[in-house]
Design a protein around this ligand. Structure first.
Ligand SMILES: NC(=O)c1ccc[n+]([C@@H]2O[C@H](COP(=O)([O-])OP(=O)(O)OC[C@H]3O[C@@H](n4cnc5c(N)ncnc54)[C@H](O)[C@@H]3O)[C@@H](O)[C@H]2O)c1
Length: 416
């Protein structure tokens, strides 16, 4: 197995992350269905393990070649599941399992064609930058950063990928869901007239939490509970609600210019849950005065709602299966698993050379969600320009297994 290392803030942002980076030219075109595509997994948790299975289901040529995680036990757990699922397409040898903060660089140097980036979102900018520098095609989970410097890094990496002929697909899987795609096509064709308002919801109970063990350093505790630390997850509006916000930006076809938000941490107040909020109610506004009303909540015992509503001058739509009004329509086709389709679309794009690059799109949605978080934390109206140009890096100065202070819980009106 590889080694543990420590990391500076510059490397964390992906300013120049690749260790001894030999810039490898991409091998863009693979013979349809025949050439093997070697996949490397970086971040071997629940979603990463699932994404490898989705990629294997998407294309018979996919094999899993190398794995990286900051913890050995996470690699072991994922490897057991993937060995059972992938059978002879599981090709990971012990010397291609890498552990530590710099483990991802060894996966990038192991001969993989495609990487799956599924570590906590705070690491995505560095992992993406190094992947592109190494000439790898990328599937990366959302969100793609937790602060504005991270988003700007991803915007740069996405442009670099375009110049180098590399594909990037993001884990905003609704963009690959055939019902969403068909419905959105109709909305963009005018089925509900002009879009004048959107509503987005992800309200649910709480998520998992791992009780701190005495032997865990602050860093290990935070990494194992990354959802509850803004430098790692972005908070719930960025980490989870991004899906619904993304659908609304897709429907409207442009980015909002500003946001206000009422948000706080009311029920999930135990320090075991870090410092993130448990609810946000946010109004995003577009330059034509139209608005996206968004709510997200993770509070046990409260009502669930996960959906979007798009309101137009001639009708309304849930953005996937139903349009009401003049262009009334109902989706009734087959609806394959979008988690598999995002990998099929990525791999077909690599095999054909007709490359998909969703980097900018998911970076802009991530930035919009971060703008909502900033509005919630500060209690101020925040513009997109302000948010995008923000200089604050949330990650600790140095990534190492030791002390990492927990920021105070934000207080609207007091937090700047
Ligand atoms: N699209 C979706 O529907 C969906 C669903 C679930 C999760 N996700 C996203 O997938 C990502 C992973 O979520 P998850 O649920 O798998 O979390 P998880 O905690 O199960 O997995 C994260 C893994 O990354 C590892 N890790 C932490 N720091 C790392 C580093 N620096 N380098 C390498 N590995 C590191 C952790 O040890 C862990 O094994 C997140 O971005 C999350 O938002 C997306």
């Amino acid at each position: 197995m590889g080694r543990k290392g420590t990391y500076s803030r510059r490397e964390f942002l992906g300013a120049s992350a690749a260790v001894g980076a030999t810039l490898v030219l991409p091998k863009n075109v693979f013979a349809q269905g025949s050439d093997t595509i070697k996949v490397g997994l970086i971040g071997c948790g629940g979603r990463g393990t699932g994404a490898v299975i989705d990629a294997a289901n998407a294309d018979p040529g996919v094999v899993l070649w190398a794995m990286a995680d900051v913890f050995k036990d996470r690699i072991d757990g994922s490897a057991n599941t993937l060995r059972d699922n992938l059978k002879d397409r599981y090709k990971v040898t012990d010397d291609r399992k890498f552990v530590g903060f710099n483990a991802y660089e060894y996966v990038l140097m192991s001969g993989v064609d495609v990487v799956i980036l599924t570590a906590p979102p705070g690491f995505r900018p560095a992992h993406l930058r190094a992947s592109i520098e190494h000439g790898k095609h990328v599937f990366m989970e959302k969100p793609i950063a937790t602060d504005a410097p991270g988003v700007r890094s991803v915007l740069g990496s996405s442009e670099m990928a375009r110049q180098k002929g590399l594909a990037i697909v993001a884990g905003t899987q609704r963009r690959h869901d055939v019902a969403y795609r068909e419905c959105m096509h109709r909305i963009h064709d005018g089925a509900i007239g002009d879009v004048v308002a959107c509503y987005a919801y992800w309200n649910q109970g709480g998520l998992w939490m791992h009780t701190r063990r005495p032997e865990w350093t602050d860093m290990e505790w935070q990494l194992r509970n990354w959802l509850y630390f803004t430098w790692l997850s972005g908070d719930i509006i960025v980490e989870q609600h991004i899906h619904n916000i993304d659908v609304c930006l897709w429907a409207k076809g442009k980015l909002p210019v500003k946001a206000i938000s009422l948000a706080g941490r009311q029920a999930r107040t135990d320090p075991a849950y870090g410092h993130v909020f448990d609810h946000f109610a946010t109004e995003f506004e577009w330059d034509d005065g139209s608005k996206l009303i968004s709510m997200c909540r993770q509070i046990d015992g409260t009502a669930s709602r996960v959906e979007e509503l798009v309101v137009g001058t001639k009708g309304t739509s849930n953005a996937n299966t139903v349009i009401r009004g003049e262009g009334a329509w109902r989706f009734d086709g087959d609806r394959p698993n979008p988690y598999m389709l995002e990998h099929r679309n990525l791999i077909q794009s690599i095999r054909s050379g007709n490359l998909i690059n969703e980097g900018r799109q998911v970076a802009e949605t991530t930035m919009t969600a971060i703008m909502g978080r900033m509005a919630g934390y500060t209690g101020q109206e925040i513009t997109y320009e302000q948010a995008l140009n923000d200089k604050v890096v949330l990650a600790p100065d140095h990534l190492a297994f030791g002390p990492v202070p927990v920021p105070p819980v934000a207080i609207p009106g007091r937090t700047s």
